[in-house]
Design a protein around this ligand. Structure first.
Ligand SMILES: Nc1ncnc2c1ncn2[C@@H]1O[C@H](COP(=O)(O)OP(=O)(O)OP(=O)(O)O)[C@@H](O)[C@H]1O
Ligand SMILES: [Mg+2]
Length: 318
């Protein structure tokens, strides 16, 4: 039996299909759900954590239906939402003890201290949360989520707004939890992090899973070698044998080729002949970001100003 199973799971909001017939089976692993803004990641997590009722379809967590047995599901899971879930006017320990009491844990203080120590926050447990860094606050949220020893942990964008060191540390903790036997369902925008940390990744676009596999399999299935080119001038759809255009990010054109070495020079020549002026090019192995670009294309939202995300980030940093 899979730890998380969905069958045709669907959620509509006034006719808008946010999650569309999702069928998944997730075992004891770190499963990453990747997708652009508005693709249905949070809606999926909220259904799996019993906070939203599916419009149709079914989901089971640890063998229990999220609709028929929500209590059984809640007893076995923890959820750290995309938004902040800590009280800035309390100390770290007070926050975690509050959660332990909420869950009716028998030894709240001791359990809270264990969770704080597990997240490397013991030395700062008595400090007010408003003195914590963004990374420490996120770890505090994880500590809160751990007090009732969940079998499954749901994390919605656990590293958003954190610096590189803070993000790395969060992932180290997530991997440790998995190694301790926990199933972790995580959403993220950061492809490089998913590539390194997730056992399997599902890519979601407009509510549908468009690819699902290990990062290695996804890279070898969808991309060969990548030729990334920077230059001036418009790409006019120039075609070269054995080369496919996969997309454009910022001012970089990305192509996949069966052999970058064989196709690099012909491609550069063809682009130059089409009127482009090439500044630089690299041939490299594909990343999950390339897979994402080839499946979903450029995300408009990465260019746009995302107010919600910005507010979340500010609150983490304030
Ligand atoms: N309560 C709601 N009422 C109406 N529409 C909603 C509601 N919640 C989500 N949506 C819509 O459903 C779609 C999926 O939203 P969701 O929050 O699941 O996306 P997401 O992948 O988590 O996005 P992000 O990366 O920005 O967090 C979006 O079009 C969103 O506007
Ligand atoms: Mg979301």
């Amino acid at each position: 039996m899979a730890i998380i199973e969905t069958f045709g799971l669907t959620k509509q909001f006034n006719g808008l299909v946010a999650v569309d017939e999702m069928t998944l089976a997730i075992d004891r692993e770190i499963f990453g759900l990747l997708g652009p803004n508005g693709s249905g990641k949070t809606t999926t997590v909220r259904m799996l954590t019993t906070l939203l009722t599916p419009t149709s379809g079914e989901a089971k967590v640890c063998g229990h239906s999220v609709t028929a047995s929500p209590r059984e599901v809640r007893d076995r899971i923890s959820y750290v939402p995309q938004d902040m879930a800590v009280d800035m006017k309390l100390t770290g320990r007070e926050n975690v003890v509050f959660f332990a009491n909420l869950y009716g844990i028998p030894r709240p203080r001791e359990t809270a201290d264990e969770a704080l120590a597990q997240m490397d926050l013991a030395s700062r447990a008595d400090d007010m949360v408003n003195t914590y860094s963004g990374g420490m606050r996120r770890r505090l949220e994880l500590a809160q989520a751990l007090v009732h020893d969940p079998e499954v942990l749901f994390l919605d964008e656990p590293t958003i707004g954190l610096d590189v060191a803070g993000r790395r540390k969060i992932w180290e903790h997530i991997i440790n939890l998995k190694n301790g036997g926990m199933t972790v369902f995580v959403t993220t925008h950061y492809m490089d992090e998913a590539d390194h940390a997730c056992d399997r990744v599902g890519i979601i676009d407009k509510g549908k899973i468009v690819a699902l596999d290990t990062p290695t399999a996804l890279k070898s299935l969808h991309c060969h070698e990548i030729i990334a080119i920077r230059g001036e001038g418009e790409y006019k759809g120039t075609v070269v044998p054995d080369v496919t255009f996969i997309g454009k990010t910022d001012d970089e054109l990305r192509f996949q080729a069966i052999s970058g070495e064989d196709s690099g020079i012909p491609l550069l020549r063809a682009l130059t002949n089409s009127g482009m002026k090439i500044h630089s090019f690299v041939i490299r192995q594909p990343t999950l970001d390339d897979v994402f670009l080839s499946l979903i294309g450029e995300q408009e939202e990465t260019m746009a100003f995302d107010h919600h995300r910005f507010r979340t980030m500010l609150r983490r940093r304030a």
